[in-house]
Design a protein around this ligand. Sequence first.
Ligand SMILES: [Zn+2]
Ligand SMILES: [Zn+2]
Length: 255
Amino acid sequence: MGLVEPWIEHFFVGPLQMRCSVVTDRLTGDTVVVDGGDEPDRIIAWIERFEGRGPDWSTGPTSLADAQSMNVPLRKVVALVNTHAHFDHSGFIPVLSEHFKVDWYLHPDDTFLQTLAQQSGRRYGLSLPEPAVADQHLVPDSTMMFGSIPIRVLHTPGHTLGGCCLLVNVEDDADHVFVGDTLFQGSVGRTDIAHSGGDFELLASSIHTQLWPLALDTVVHPGHGPLTTIGQERATNPFVGDDAGDGVYGFGKYA
Ligand SMILES: [Zn+2]
Ligand SMILES: [Zn+2]
């Protein structure tokens, strides 16, 4: 069973304009925050009270009045989930964890990387809290239930060792996959970032085996830049698309 008309919001946060995605089951109000890497106050104010700047993109209500007229339930954050542990995606998780008092999920192969978040952030002039330690591990090839929200975990190492893509199956409509920095519109994640275990061959293999089998209309939500679809990237991506052969080595655009 997939979600019915999931309510999805994007917040571009922090100096690298990383896409934090908030996924809500509009029947139950259960909410998962994917990659809550920065601007925690903005995210909390919006989820709880529809206050402040709000999201940059949304498939749901865009004001309190809107929410009341659509009769959406109060939201309850049930989990924080990360695609990977680069600081732009995970640096402010401790603030969200402390506020929502829910478990944070990460693939265990990114645990070491997470310990370096503060020092990586410093290079961008950011003062980050003491790094979070994941409460729970993402389990590849399983569908994990976060409240009423089922998310299938696809392990896609290559940008980082523990990188995962998170697939939300939707009833009667296109599915959504949150890919972090594994795949972008017309590009792929960098494989040259220190301490990350980046490897282009591995990244290309992860994309070919884990993402390309998904339905062509699956909406791809990358960690940076525009939305795309599996079909569009298979047809046009110069690094890993169907015409790229074994792939061509290149440094992607984003950290
Ligand atoms: Zn990133
Ligand atoms: Zn990254």
